[in-house]
Design a protein around this ligand. Structure first.
Ligand code: FAD
Length: 394
């Protein structure tokens, strides 16, 4: 079997690359280790930046999203027992979209496989990449149907298989290096069957630890609670979770979080990494396979889409017009945004967690940083620009 492009991983990055290729009439094969049902339900991100939605729209991929996603125009910080609304739309004219990642993935799979006729194999096992140092790479995998190892040759490989995939691993050691940052902090990531208690994202910067509320839909709300890294989710029974959320998000005049059944409860160890180079021969990494940014600033999905737009367009230019320029510029164009978002994530982490570090000096500087957002128009503008992300600077 031979395809011009094999995409490893059917997450937002891989499926977007696949859709762009199919729209241009380029054949490709997407390989995914999970089932379709599983990827269509996996809960993760929800906040999508305006430029990313525009990018999806320009490629005919935002129909459902634009109909169903919620537009967010403000966020709210809670600290020192008070509420501070940050009206970013008023400051910038721009907004965030909230659309749960499983819905986006469902739309993209449907578009790629059902409407654009793209080839996709689910539930494959033991994916291996071959011939990475030459001009004709190939991929092999164990097929669930035949129980045999299938080999697929290709011209280009898109490594979109996330943080634990084989693409990044194939570049280590020797072909790439991964720069990593550990925050030394855990977040208990929760999904509750309950409506949000406010119409916007809430950041509770409390001396006992950060708490966040991210609305997902009228029925489901994501919450985060700072906890020790590696903590056991079983240490967080229902009553403890809701008591901590009420305390850390508590503020004068604020409604307490609406309690509901917890349908997801897991501990994330906050860390970031960037793998460079993102390109080796004809293998191009995209999304979490190349770089991970802790969910602190809700940037990961946006970076995955940015890479996918660039890679999809560049592969189309190469395969339909022989134009190599997009592929040559791919890595540098991705990394400018990646490092910018990584830096913002570090800055924001101190804002969220500095007051709970057990260090009175850091608690003082964190409070000053928080207050500055609401007293200095220049500081507010800088925060809004980075929080919303822009299309223009990269
Ligand atoms: P993935 O979504 O991880 O997709 C990779 C795919 O490859 C998966 O389907 C996987 O099953 C498959 N795969 C793995 N190994 C193999 C293999 N060997 N062969 C074939 N397939 C393989 N980002 C935001 O922008 N905003 C947010 O609000 C936000 N919130 C988040 C909340 C949480 C709790 C988490 C965990 C993440 C959050 N993120 C957020 C990050 C975002 O979800 C990721 O950055 C995004 O999913 C990356 O997309 P991707 O396509 O690169 O990788």
């Amino acid at each position: 079997q031979r395809f011009p492009v094999v995409v490893v991983g059917a997450g937002p990055a891989g499926l977007t690359v696949g859709c762009i290729l199919r729209a241009a009439g380029v054949d490709c094969l997407v390989l995914e280790t999970e089932t379709r049902e599983f990827i269509e339900r996996r809960p993760r991100a929800g906040v999508i930046e305006e430029w990313a939605v525009r990018g999806l729209e320009q490629r005919g991929l935002a129909g459902n999203l634009l109909e169903r996603a919620e537009r967010h125009i403000a966020c709210e910080f809670r600290f020192a027992g008070e509420r501070f609304r940050f009206p970013y739309h008023e400051l910038t004219g721009r907004h965030h979209w909230v659309y749960p990642q499983p819905l986006l993935v469902t739309d993209l799979v449907h578009e790629y496989a059902d409407l654009r006729g793209g080839a996709i194999r689910f539930a494959v096992r033991d994916v291996m990449l071959h011939g990475l140092d030459g001009h004709s790479p190939s991929v092999s995998y164990m097929s669930p149907e035949t129980e045999r190892r299938e080999v697929v040759e290709c011209d280009f490989l898109a490594g979109c298989d996330g943080a634990r995939g084989v693409s990044r691993a194939a570049l280590q050691p020797g072909r790439a290096r991964t720069a990593r940052h550990d925050y030394g902090i855990g977040w208990l990531a929760l999904l509750a069957e309950a409506p949000p208690s406010a119409d916007c994202v809430l950041f509770g910067c409390h001396p006992d630890g950060f708490a966040g509320q991210m609305p997902r839909s009228p029925q489901v709300t994501r919450y985060y609670l700072q906890c020790p890294p590696g903590d056991d989710p079983d240490n967080w029974p229902h009553d403890r979770v809701w008591a901590e959320l009420r305390r850390r998000l508590g503020a004068d005049g604020a409604a307490p979080p609406a309690e509901g059944r917890l349908i997801e409860k897991r501990v994330l160890d906050m860390h970031d990494y960037v793998t460079e180079p993102m390109v080796h021969g004809r293998l191009f990494l995209a999304g979490d396979a190349a770089h991970l940014v802790a969910p602190i600033a809700a940037k990961g999905l946006n970076l995955a889409l940015h890479d996918a737009f660039l890679l999809g367009d560049a592969l189309v230019a190469r395969l339909t017009k022989g134009d190599d320029s997009g592929l040559a510029e791919y890595e540098a164009a991705c990394l400018r945004r990646v490092w910018d978002y990584q830096e913002f994530s570090q800055w924001l982490s101190e804002l969220y967690h500095g007051g709970a570090a057990g260090d009175p000096f850091r608690a003082g500087t964190t409070l000053a940083r928080l207050r500055r957002l609401f007293t200095s128009p220049a500081a507010a503008a800088a925060f809004a620009e980075q929080y919303l992300g822009t299309a223009e600077r990269y």
